[in-house]
Design a binder for this molecule. Sequence first.
Ligand SMILES: Nc1ncnc2c1ncn2[C@@H]1O[C@H](COP(=O)(O)OP(=O)(O)OP(=O)(O)O)[C@@H](O)[C@H]1O
Length: 210
Amino acid sequence: MFKLENVKFKDILEIDNLFIQDKLITAILGSSGGGKTTFLKLLNNMISADSGNIYYKDQEIEEYNPVELRRKVVMLAQEPQIFKGTIKDNFKITEEITCKQYSEDKVYKNLLEKVSLNKDLFEDASKLSGGERQRLALARVMLLEPETLLLDEPSASLDLETEDLIIKMVANYVKKNDRTLIMVTHNPHVAEEYADEIINIEQGKLVDQK
Ligand SMILES: Nc1ncnc2c1ncn2[C@@H]1O[C@H](COP(=O)(O)OP(=O)(O)OP(=O)(O)O)[C@@H](O)[C@H]1O
């Protein structure tokens, strides 16, 4: 589904050849600062490679309309940005920026239930805890029904239990809905537990792929 050929980004990342299969969970392992987040950002064209080609479903990602691509390939960041306003505002802004029609409240409520966020739609989103913010961000991602999810390792500010819960929710979601997940982690146990494929990136280079 993703194919990378001779991709180079500054002196941070250099990947000669890589294929990532769809409908699987692929974990990106590697030590801190090795280029894992940079790798994810390249995949939905949040940043552009200096040279080389990245294909998504046989089409170069540069050729996609950026809004369209980011609706198909959605990233859940390490520390997701929560928009000002209520929880409902957060859903609506997500729909606005991806040119999607507004959904009904029951759709939003259903998503909150799916991520076990027991909050009212009219609560102030800025008052949510770190773990709750991650779950709201995940619910916003699910709203877009992306084909591919890019999950960056949840921020170190989350406790391990909450971090594990988020990963479990995302993994369950992609398996149940036949989606593709590419997730960054520094934890080999997490990779072993959830991933079908594991990629190692160290100092900007692919080490091996199992
Ligand atoms: N746009 C940029 N311009 C210059 N340097 C950058 C840019 N983005 C990231 N870096 C640097 O590139 C290196 C790789 O960063 P990246 O965030 O991709 O690593 P990582 O493997 O995700 O790290 P961590 O596990 O700590 O999150 C780091 O040294 C970082 O400071």
